[in-house]
Ligand binder design. Structure first.
Ligand code: DON
Length: 427
């Protein structure tokens, strides 16, 4: 199969490794590599057709994070024809594509061409909110990102975070308490809005936030079990985000997800489409954690034609109707709290965008009942949280929030150093 590969550098820089197995596929596919973002040593390896190293045995330098290898294989010969027919809305081409994708049945899957024929992309209005005079536009359902970003911002608006200061135990404690409420609501209420009536207006209302805020004790962590029942967690996988602003002020915040490394690990032959495994974003059964430790209930139960609940949070922040910030991140369950902290760092803590993106982050997702503080978090932040009764675990990096801020001097961008191969560019 002839191929075209596009590398986009973004991702949490986590230890998930896609080894030279990926490179072998690329070589077999007669790869064209665009992008200076891939480590040079690796590019040489791809080009030279060097021997393949076993998954797991590969030394780190031979490995790519999935995020750096979000590759798109397209059958070069058929691509222009396919695109012309897709643009023209030719129903036959959709059917054909559906058959090819559904050939995944050969690998044990249960997807049928009919599933794909009946699938429709839907365009939804962004979730909107406000925070300290800024307007927020973020992702609507079926991602929970926008709803809970706005819920947390609403709660935090009532606390003097800027006066307390970035990384202080006082401010961080309040952020963590807000996170717990939001993620508990996520588990209980959210799912596919086309299939269930969800209390979105209430979740993003300032009055609801005020009630939650009033129940936050500034000196003590509220145990998660006092908010809802119980579960456990693990982390993993990859997704990609990029932010773009042009000279006219048009902006894009794009997050896309295959969910795990290489998604399902299958490319539907001849289509160039890497199949995702987003099914894990459903709650397999009430209270059962998914790969990111997120639990859910009936609203997010799997079912025919349903969309799983995502955490993707591509977001824009406006001041007086003018664009101020574009951000978003990969990171599974941590996406929402990553985006939250980039906004707080800019709005409350007056950091420039490079500082805002680089500052250590904390994460709490209600269950498990623990704060994950990124390695590199200040000792004072951690001890201050522990003193308030939080269980704190230092852990790996959270998301990678490639972001742009519009300043009076022009656009300033920051690629998150948590992602290998990420870059901020101006043209
Ligand atoms: O949409 C979601 O919430 C998940 N599919 C995101 C997965 C993800 O970010 C994995 N990467 N780090």
């Amino acid at each position: 199969m002839a191929g075209l590969v596009s590398f986009i550098g973004a991702g949490p820089g986590d230890p998930d490794l896609v080894t030279v197995k990926g490179l072998r596929r690329l070589r077999e596919a007669d790869v064209v590599i665009h992008d200076r973002l891939v480590p040079t040593a690796l590019l040489d390896e791809v080009r030279s057709g060097a021997e393949v190293i076993d998954v797991g045995k590969a030394p780190r330098r031979h490995c790519l994070g999935q995020s750096e290898i979000n590759w798109l294989l397209v059958d070069r010969a058929r691509r222009p024809r396919h695109i012309a027919r897709l643009k023209g809305g030719d129903p036959a081409i959709f059917g054909r594509l559906a058959e090819e994708i559904a050939a995944v049945r050969a690998a044990g899957g249960s997807m049928t061409a009919d599933d794909l024929r009946h699938y429709r992309a839907v365009v939804r209005r962004p979730m909107r909110g406000t925070y300290r005079g800024y307007a927020i536009a973020s992702m609507p359902l079926s991602s929970s990102g926008g709803v809970h970003l706005i819920e947390m911002l609403n709660i935090l608006e009532g606390f003097p975070l800027g006066r307390l200061g970035a990384g202080t135990p006082e401010a961080t404690h309040m952020m963590v308490e807000a996170m717990k409420f939001a993620y508990a609501d996520r588990a209980d209420y959210l799912g596919d809005s086309a299939r269930a009536k969800l209390p979105i207006a209430r979740l993003v209302s300032k009055t609801y936030a005020a009630t939650l805020r009033a129940s936050i004790d500034p000196n003590h962590a509220r145990p998660a079990r006092e908010i809802h029942p119980n579960s456990t967690a693990i982390v993993g996988g990859n997704t990609t985000h990029f932010s773009v602003v042009d000279r006219f002020g048009n902006a894009v915040a794009n997050t896309y997800s295959l969910n795990f490394n290489y998604g399902l690990g299958l490319v539907a032959d001849g289509t160039g489409i890497v199949l995702n495994n987003e099914l894990d974003d459903f709650a397999a059964k009430p209270g059962a954690p998914n790969a990111f430790g997120l639990v859910g209930g009936k609203a997010n139960a799997p079912g025919p034609g349903k969309r799983p609940l995502s955490s993707m949070t591509p977001t824009m922040v406006f001041k007086d109707g003018r664009l101020m910030l574009v951000t978003g991140a990969p990171g599974g369950s941590r996406i929402i709290t990553t985006v939250l902290q980039v906004i707080l760092n800019v709005v409350d803590f007056h950091m420039n965008i490079a500082q805002a993106v680089a500052a250590p982050r904390v994460h709490h997702q209600w269950l498990p009942d623990e704060v994950v503080a990124e390695n590199g978090s200040a000792a004072e932040t951690i001890s201050g949280l522990v003193a308030r009764g939080h269980k704190v675990r230092t852990g790996p990096t959270s998301g990678s929030a490639h972001s742009i801020v519009v300043t009076p001097q022009g656009l300033t961008g920051a690629a998150d150093a948590r992602a290998r191969g990420a870059e901020a560019d101006g043209y």
